[in-house]
Write a protein that binds this ligand. Structure first.
Ligand code: NDP
Length: 626
């Protein structure tokens, strides 16, 4: 066993000291009574019958924590019996010991404990003391629970048995699953791992993976689903990192017979938010929780700290929260890039929109690259330098950073980029965002155009032999102009994406917190950027990016640059659908120029669809016999 700090916690009379000392003996490690760590002032207060406050307990908790840290530094374990009644106390005790600490909780009703205390010879426990302990007791969500009505020997046996069980399960050892498993193990989580297998050809996948990484030495690999489920502490917490779609439904059917009420399935795949809602309702009938969880960061993010977006039943979320927070990226203030998003499939919804925003962000970089490469006639290395410089300032983003690196990658004398087939794939989330936006009547024009740009790249080959007359003319643009155009297009993209989330939140009554959502996207995820940090601050006081004056000023300030970018690109015959979408969106916001009125007139002409008038009150409809 790796070194552990085991805290046996509970109210007075729960048997924590007896169990703790027996456990220490069994594990051949030192036992510590938490009460021995009280500073002098606390002892004085207690002996005068003055109750301790939360502030008084800070010093006490820190001293226990320091002892724990000292033990771990010396590769030793220790068992402490300690009241640790509140979540905040346990957090304090866990400070820097998050990977090593384990709570054991002898659990029982107040009546049972009072009866036990009354039966103890020479020991009187006033019932009001027990009352107050129970009233402040916040039961731990992630402790090993032991039934305190059993004999101490049985409690010890149960504790040892449960300690051998895994805390967390993970299914699907593909790109993401492997990284997440290593991240969980690196953060001290004892894991059970499962991957489907093909008899005779692909066997022992989980165990081979476990044997390849030192941090997984405590993990257990399985090929039998029932054994996998039985290997975990209850309620079970199982991360599914498998293919989204019918594969997820099929897997749920396979694992369901082995699960119990209160077990939690966490779907970290890119599932559709409506499927997630359906699955939550389906499993709820059996009392099984299903937490739809967006995960972003790719392979590296999953290993080092992804952005995590869980949704569904809040109590179920609370049981998995410590595990998810441990592996999540941290924002600039050190807060976890993981937060409860909301009910139903809201986590998968925002992950879908995240991916949509990502599509447009990637396409914008591609279009800036096109202008610099073909119109400005710059080399990939020169463009890389431009991106690198932008990435030092307010345009800093993960996607810009990797694009700058991509442009310098060589294969022999060639730029690797030039050897890559000009065809972009997709896995469907951009499509879902587009469909959802159209269903909701929302103009996510940039995401849509970025999606269609990928589709166009796939059909282009078919028309490869068309002889188009070219009349390209190249106007070299100032880098500053390109930068400003790109800045504005990004603002529009984020405005459209977040508005889609806001409207969905209203429509589905999810009550989403846009500031928190953008905050957890400031690190770990693919669309992390300085702009996202600004947006998170804006959403603290506004519900629309345009409500922030300094951002809206940029729309006016950079309009002309965006227009110039588009004109130059068109003159050079460059495909720039997403920049054009941004430019069109800005133009369409201008109320002076009217075009929808003629659409409405046409509708009224052929279909008597009626129209509203500028000189009449809203909601009053007119029809003309054209
Ligand atoms: P991979 O293709 O690398 O792995 C898929 C995993 O799913 C494999 O372990 C595979 O098993 C398993 N699997 C496939 N079908 C079934 C099935 N019918 N029953 C049980 N297991 C099955 O994909 P990723 O790791 O990249 O992605 C996993 C999930 O995470 C997907 O939903 C994806 O959309 C999502 N995701 C991916 C991100 C990424 O950057 N790659 C980012 C965020 C989310 P086997 O090896 O036997 O085929």
């Amino acid at each position: 066993m790796k070194s552990k700090i085991i805290i046996v916690m509970g109210v007075s009379g729960s048997g924590k000291t007896t169990l703790g000392s027996m456990l220490a003996e069994k594990l051949n490690t030192d036992f510590f009574d938490g009460d021995d760590f009280h500073p002098k002032e606390n002892i004085a207060k207690m002996s005068n019958g003055i109750p301790l406050t939360d502030d008084d307990r800070i010093g006490w908790l820190d001293r226990i924590n320091e002892k724990g840290v000292e033990l771990i530094q010396n590769n030793k374990s220790g068992v402490f019996a300690c009241s640790a009644l509140k979540e905040s106390y346990r957090k304090r005790l866990s400070n820097t010991l998050e990977k090593e600490i384990l709570f054991v909780y002898p659990k029982g009703s107040q009546e049972v404990i009072q009866r036990r205390m009354d039966a103890r010879k020479d020991h009187f426990m006033p019932s009001n003391l027990l009352d107050s302990q129970f009233s402040i007791l916040e039961e731990p969500k992630n402790a090993i629970e032991i039934d305190l009505t059993k004999t101490p020997e049985q409690m010890l046996e149960d504790t040892i048995k449960k300690m051998a069980l895994s805390e967390f399960g993970l299914v699907g050892l593909g790109v993401m699953g492997k990284s997440l498993a290593r991240n969980l193990a690196n953060n001290g989580t004892k894991l059970s791992l499962f991957n489907r297998y093909v008899k005779g050809s692909e066997e022992g996948i989980a165990n081979k993976f476990i044997n390849s990484f030192e941090e997984l030495s405590d993990a257990q690999g399985f090929e039998d689903l029932e054994d996998f489920v039985e290997s975990m502490q209850t309620p079970r917490k199982i991360f599914l990192m498998i293919k989204a779609g019918k594969e997820t439904d099929e897997f749920i059917e396979k694992i369901k017979p082995f699960l119990n009420a209160e077990d939690v399935l966490i779907d970290g795949g890119n599932s559709h938010f409506k499927d997630t809602k359906r699955r939550i309702e389906y499993l709820e009938k059996e009392g099984i929780y299903f937490v739809g969880t967006g995960v972003s960061g790719g392979e590296e993010g999953a290993l080092k700290g992804p952005s995590i977006m869980p949704s569904g039943n809040f109590d179920a979320y609370k049981t998995i929260e410590p595990f998810l927070k441990k592996i999540a990226a941290k924002d600039k203030k050190g807060l976890d890039c993981c937060t409860y998003i909301g009910p139903e499939g809201s986590g998968h919804f925002i992950k879908m929109v995240h991916n949509g925003i990502e599509y447009a962000e990637m396409q914008l970089i591609a279009e800036v690259y096109a202008l610099l490469r073909y119109s400005n006639q710059m080399s990939p290395d020169e463009i890389s330098e431009v991106f690198k410089e932008w990435n030092q300032g307010e345009l800093k983003s993960y996607l810009l950073e990797i694009s700058s690196e991509i442009l310098t990658k060589k294969e022999g004398d060639n730029c690797l980029l030039d050897m890559i087939l000009d065809q972009a794939g997709n896995k469907g989330t951009g499509n879902w965002t587009t469909v959802t936006a159209t269903e909701m009547g929302m103009p996510a024009t940039m995401i849509t155009s970025a999606l269609f740009a990928r589709y166009v790249s796939s059909v282009r080959e078919k028309y490869g032999n068309l002889s188009l007359i070219t009349e390209q003319s190249f106007i070299k643009l100032e880098i500053e102009t390109v930068k400003n155009a790109y800045s504005l297009a990004r603002i529009i993209n984020h405005q459209q994406g977040f508005t889609l989330i806001k409207i969905a939140s209203e429509e589905y009554r999810w009550n989403l917190n846009l500031s928190e959502i953008s905050r957890i996207w400031t690190n770990g995820c693919i669309i992390r950027s300085t702009l996202m940090e600004e947006i998170s601050a804006v959403f603290k006081h506004n519900s629309d990016i345009f409500d922030d004056l300094s951002i809206f000023e940029n729309v006016n300030k950079f309009r002309s640059a965006l227009k110039t970018f588009c004109v130059s690109s068109l003159m050079a015959e460059l495909p720039i659908p997403t920049m054009l979408a941004a430019n069109d969106f800005v133009n369409s916001l201008n109320g002076e120029i009217k075009t929808a009125n003629i659409i409405q007139a046409q509708r009224d002409f052929f279909g008597a669809h009626t129209y509203q008038r500028t000189d009449a009150e809203r909601g009053k409809f007119f029809h003309t016999n054209w």
